[in-house]
Structure formats: structure tokens, C-alpha cells
Design a protein around this ligand. Structure first.
Ligand SMILES: *Cc1c(COP(=O)(O)O)cnc(C)c1O
Length: 385
């Protein structure tokens, strides 16, 4: 009997393999900005370590000097609502509120916890969620878990969004517009000021923006696209992760105090999970405090991104990106896998992205640049593409 049940899974795995969509967990050894895989050393162009901070040894050395056996706490042993709310938590949240100039903030175990927890908590059956078609899986899962009605609008299509708002705003108690600032797979950016203007044309609209790929990378002090576009205070749920450019782990929300108090009472992925270890929170605080000073890294990342995008367009690739996330659009899954393998043989660790992560027929290689990549390496990559 058990044999039969496994057969169903095996058959599905076989089909995935046949369509070049089978995934597995690669065994990776990291050395600075390089990775070694099956004895082959390659430049890592698949990391979210956008500022090169996670691979920066001197940063870790400095941080380690502040640790003692007493304050090195690798576990919080409990939910924040029980005994897991260490001072490191409130210190990080005070720092976030200070940096963002916000009334309040709240830290979560990960961006995934954040996105699957906030929307179900703050919505009810009188809520409508309008979400960009390309939002991250964690946001889609949050929408699925919420009692709200929802509609996905065409990617960054502000006219369609406006007509949906106009048509629906009187039928619901509130509408929450959900989007990202830099999109994970296309690397394009959202006009947040436009969304703020739309939001302000209706009495009952809130704005939820995920800055996972922009925190650390965009803005004069690295606080994201909302800082760059001067609209941090107009976004009701300004969120992001510490797991990418900030080289740590966890998610954050910049918000009003009422929202924070409400989530502390209602958000299941905050309440029913063991809080982050204090040592991680301390490391996040350490990196975040330095974030404003990483302007040179941000500038270099922008320069190499501009160079690569310019060259892809010249070679005839369609390139939706305007950031450090640059898709090499291919289309067919099998061709994408072969091309990625070829580039890996040539020393560049780039990975194919296939359905269901991206829509059918839009398979691509996702190049994710980091500030530790040198211009010579970009030129070499260009010559080999
Ligand atoms: C990576 C990512 C997340 C998840 O954040 P984690 O901290 O890795 O769980 C959420 N949203 C977006 C847009 C992401 O790219």
C-alpha cells in the first residue's frame, strides 16, 4: 500500500525531470565571493548578498570582539510573547524606528514569516487585497491564508490598479494594495510615489510594500526604494528582510504603533514561533548601524549593473531590469538549463529559474550582482555570454 503512495510522488518527480524542472539541493562550499560545487570554483552570481557583507571577514571579526560567553545567546528558547523577548529585540526595533523615522516597527523570524503573517492578521472578510501579479510566493501564501477577497493586477499596471480601486472601494471596509519595490525575478522597480498618489485618492486604501531586494541597496542611507523616492512615511506596511543585502536573518515592518500592537495580538507567525536568537538580532543591529556608510558599495553595484544591462540590450536580450537583479531571458526551460550549465563551466555560478517560480515560457537565468564583483569580472562575463 505504502509503495503505491510513493509511486504517485515518483511519477511526478519523473515528469519534472522530463521537463527540465526538477530541483535538488546543491552542496556548496563558500570562499569569499566564490563558490565551489563538485570541485569547480566559480564566481557566485546567484547570491542575495548584494552588498558583499556576508562574505566580508573583517566585519565578522569586528562583531566577534563584542561577544562574550554571557551575551552570546544562540537561542531565545521561547516565543516573544512568553520569555523570548530579549533586550536585543527591542533594541533592534528602536534602531529601526529611529533610522526610518517611524512611529514604530516590528521584527519577525524571516521575511517568509512576515509575509505569511501580516496579511491574514490585518484583514477580514470586508477587506479586498489588490496584489501585483508578480509578488513573491510568501505574499501569495499570506493572501491565501487571509479571509480577504483578492484580485491580482497586471505587473506594475497603475491604470488597471486605479480602475480596480475606483470600482471596488465603496464595496469594502478597506483595500490593501500589495507590491514589491524591486521584483525578484525581473529586477524592475515600482513607482512607489505613483502608488502613494493612488492610495491618497481614496479614503480606505492601505499600502503594503516589500523591500526585500532594495533594503541596503537603494536610498541615500540604504533604507530602500521608499527612501530613494521620498515616501517612507506614506507606506502603511513598509517591510523587508535582513537575509539579503543586510547579511543576517529576519524580517521587519515599519509601521504605526497601532499596527504593531495589533500584530502582537493577532499575528500567528509572530506568536506561535520561537523568537530569533539574540546573537542574530545583535548582528543585524551591528550591520544596520553601518548601512548608511555603505554608499561606496551601493554606487559600485549600480555601476556594474548599468554596464551589464547595457550590454545585454546591445546583444538583443529583452531586459526588464533597472537594478542589480538582471535576468538573462531565454524562454524555454531546457535551453535555459543548458545555458546556465555552460556559463558554470566557464566559471560563473548562475542558476536557471523555471516554472513554477516564473510564468510558463519565461525561463531565464537570474544574474544577481553583488558589490564584491569586480568590473573585470563583468567584462569577462560579457565577452563569454
Ligand atoms: C526573499 C524574499 C522574502 C523572504 O524573506 P526571507 O527572510 O528569506 O524569508 C520575502 N519577500 C521577497 C520579495 C523576497 O525576495
Amino acid at each position: 500500500m505504502a509503495q503505491d503512495l510513493l509511486y504517485i510522488y515518483k511519477e511526478e518527480l519523473r515528469q519534472l525531470e522530463e521537463n527540465s524542472n526538477l530541483r535538488s539541493l546543491p552542496e556548496i562550499i563558500h570562499r569569499g565571493g566564490d563558490v565551489t560545487l563538485r570541485d569547480k570554483q566559480m564566481l557566485n552570481l546567484s547570491s542575495n548578498d548584494y552588498l558583499g557583507l556576508a562574505s566580508d571577514l573583517s566585519l565578522r571579526k569586528t562583531f566577534l570582539e563584542s561577544l562574550t560567553p554571557e551575551n552570546f545567546l544562540p537561542s531565545s528558547s521561547s516565543s516573544r510573547l512568553l520569555t523570548g523577548n530579549f533586550t536585543a529585540n527591542s533594541e533592534l526595533e528602536q534602531q529601526l524606528s529611529r533610522l526610518f523615522g517611524s512611529e514604530d516597527s516590528l521584527v519577525f523570524n524571516s521575511g517568509y514569516h512576515m509575509n505569511t503573517g501580516i496579511l491574514p492578521a490585518v484583514s477580514n472578510h470586508k477587506t479586498l487585497i489588490l496584489a501585483d501579479k508578480l509578488v513573491h510566493a510568501s505574499l501569495i501564501d499570506g493572501i491565501r491564508l487571509s479571509p480577504a477577497a483578492h484580485i491580482r493586477y497586471r505587473h506594475n499596471h497603475y491604470e488597471q490598479l486605479d480602475s480596480l480601486l475606483r470600482k471596488n472601494h465603496t464595496d469594502y471596509e478597506r483595500i490593501i494594495v500589495v507590491t514589491e519595490s524591486i521584483f525578484s525575478m525581473d529586477g524592475d522597480e515600482t513607482d512607489l510615489r505613483k502608488l502613494v498618489t493612488l492610495k491618497k485618492s481614496y479614503p480606505n486604501v492601505m499600502l503594503y510594500v516589500d523591500e526585500a531586494h532594495a533594503i541596503g541597496v537603494k536610498g541615500a542611507t540604504g533604507l530602500g526604494c521608499a527612501e530613494e523616492q521620498g515616501c517612507m512615511a506614506d507606506i502603511d506596511f513598509l517591510t523587508g528582510t535582513f537575509g539579503k543585502a543586510l547579511a543576517s536573518v529576519g524580517g521587519y515592518l515599519i509601521c504605526r504603533k497601532t499596527i504593531r500592537d495589533y500584530l502582537v495580538n493577532k499575528m500567528r507567525t509572530l506568536i506561535f514561533t520561537t523568537a530569533l536568537p539574540p546573537v542574530n538580532l545583535m548582528w543585524t543591529r551591528f550591520v544596520l548601524e553601518k548601512s548608511a556608510g555603505f554608499g561606496g558599495r551601493r554606487k559600485h553595484l549600480e555601476t556594474i549593473g548599468n554596464r551589464l544591462r547595457e550590454e545585454l540590450v546591445a546583444k538583443g536580450y529583452s531586459c526588464p531590469s533597472s537594478s542589480h537583479i538582471i535576468p538573462l531571458m531565454i524562454g524555454d526551460s531546457r535551453k535555459t538549463v543548458l545555458k546556465a550549465e555552460e556559463m558554470q563551466r566557464k566559471g560563473f555560478y548562475m542558476l536557471p529559474v523555471r516554472p513554477p517560480t516564473v510564468p510558463e515560457g519565461t525561463s531565464r537565468i537570474r544574474i544577481s550582482l553583488t558589490a564584491s564583483v569586480r568590473m573585470e569580472e563583468i567584462e569577462k562575463l560579457i565577452s563569454l555570454l
